[in-house]
Design a protein around this ligand. Structure first.
Ligand code: DCP
Ligand code: MG
Length: 385
């Protein structure tokens, strides 16, 4: 049941995975305001409040046109009182006083600054904030206390917070394919994450790698990394083994399906990508300021640091991995919530388990997973919930 128009106005299904949500929508000012409050609530440790604002924003993203009056909110699900008040303010005044206050607040600004460092989550950022740290220079002074990942994140801060363009993602895709196909010519390399949903920019580039003959993929990733490293592409990498056993891994059941972290063999990396644009096209100062210290910034060096995630999935788990890695994060959360509460099934990036039948439900495609869940298929470009 997708968004349609009834006598009461637009009708919107309850779960984000039951709706079609394109990338471009008509209520950006409203969703930006609500998402700022969602973020701020998350920074304050209020997960429930954060989720409520995220859900409200997601409903507005699925509307077929701009919301023009408060009355149009009444048939919509997931719009709480607080969200309604913010929407009213933005509709009437163009801005919400509360949102503007949040954006200027010291905590919000510092938390944004810190959580944009690769390797820094909300918990770490809160701790630093509470310890009185406020700037990247403050963190540099405590360099030895940072993890290797955070040190790399700080070193490449400017580059990693410059959006990755679609053309750059395509270049990296060809590079990863070249690396993978040397060792396994029949392997497939798929661009996932936001780019698969049609985004033209991203914060990183996500790839899923598999091979039609199961087990052929074992050992591939370390060879790929070694080759990329020998060619000078690796600025940082952290690899992790596959820790998932199928079928019947008790982990799947004990996790309750709520955990979004999967257990595939994977590599979080920072790659060194030759710049596609000339330096003169770059914003002034992008190389000279910021925290990049070793021999200037990427901009001045003719290359750019880019975050790349490589994930290897056994063939039988590939459709689940693809569905799980395509996102959006909120779409994934809603799929799992729908599976659990409406279907008594547990879905994650490895498998789908039916609790009533006490069995795993195999799938050869994303379409089959939607079928198992009794959901209308939603193509990747409509999963921007
Ligand atoms: N994912 C998830 N839960 C996580 C991590 C990832 O559900 N804890 C899924 C959903 C994401 C996808 O993997 O959409 C890729 O994660 P990213 O953080 O790279 O998000 P996107 O690619 O969607 O956005 P961006 O453009 O910021 O990279
Ligand atoms: Mg991504």
């Amino acid at each position: 049941v997708h968004a349609g128009v009834t006598e009461d106005g637009p009708r919107v299904a309850l779960y984000g995975c039951q709706r079609r949500t394109p990338l471009a929508h008509s209520n950006q000012a409203l969703t930006d305001a609500l998402e700022t409050l969602a973020e701020e609530a998350g920074f304050g440790g209020s997960e429930g409040r954060s989720l409520a604002f995220t859900r409200a924003a997601s409903v507005l993203k699925s509307l077929p046109g701009p919301l023009t009056s408060l009355g149009e909110l009444s048939p919509l699900p997931c719009i709480g009182e607080h969200s309604r008040k913010v929407i009213q303010e933005v509709l009437e005044d163009g801005v919400s006083v509360e949102v503007e206050r949040v954006k200027l607040s010291e905590r919000y600004r510092t938390m944004k600054l810190f959580t944009k460092i690769f390797g820094v989550g909300v918990k770490t950022a809160i701790r630093w904030y509470q310890e009185g740290l406020r700037t990247l220079a403050d963190l540099q002074e405590r360099h030895t206390e940072l993890t290797r990942e955070q040190q790399a994140g700080l070193q490449h801060y400017t580059d990693l917070n410059t959006p990755v363009e679609r053309s750059e993602a395509d270049t990296i895709e060809r590079l990863v394919q070249e690396a993978v196909w040397q060792f396994l010519p029949d392997a497939s390399v798929m661009l996932t994450g936001g780019f698969r949903r049609g985004k033209q920019q991203g914060h990183d580039v996500d790839f899923l790698i598999t091979h039609p003959q199961e087990d052929k993929e074992v050992g591939l990733l370390s060879k790929v990394i070694r080759w990329l490293d020998s060619q000078g592409f690796i600025l940082y990498q952290h690899s992790q083994r596959n820790t998932y056993q199928l079928p019947g891994d008790p982990e799947l059941l004990s996790s309750g399906g709520g955990s979004s972290m999967d257990r595939f063999e994977r590599c979080f990396s920072i790659l060194r990508l030759a710049r596609l644009t000339q330096d003169k096209d770059l914003p002034p100062g992008s190389g000279a300021q910021g925290i990049c210290t070793q021999g200037g910034c990427g901009a001045a060096r003719g290359w750019k640091a880019v975050r790349v995630d490589l994930v290897v999935a056994p063939f039988s788990q590939f459709p689940f991995a693809l569905l799980g890695w395509t996102g959006s994060r909120h779409f994934e959360r809603e799929l799992r919530r729908f599976a659990k509460h409406k279907r008594k099934m547990i879905l994650n990036s490895h498998a789908l388990y039916d609790m009533a039948q006490q069995m795993f439900l195999p799938a050869a495609s994303e379409e089959e997973i939607f079928q198992h869940l009794g959901l209308e298929y939603v193509p990747p470009t409509e999963r921007n919930a």
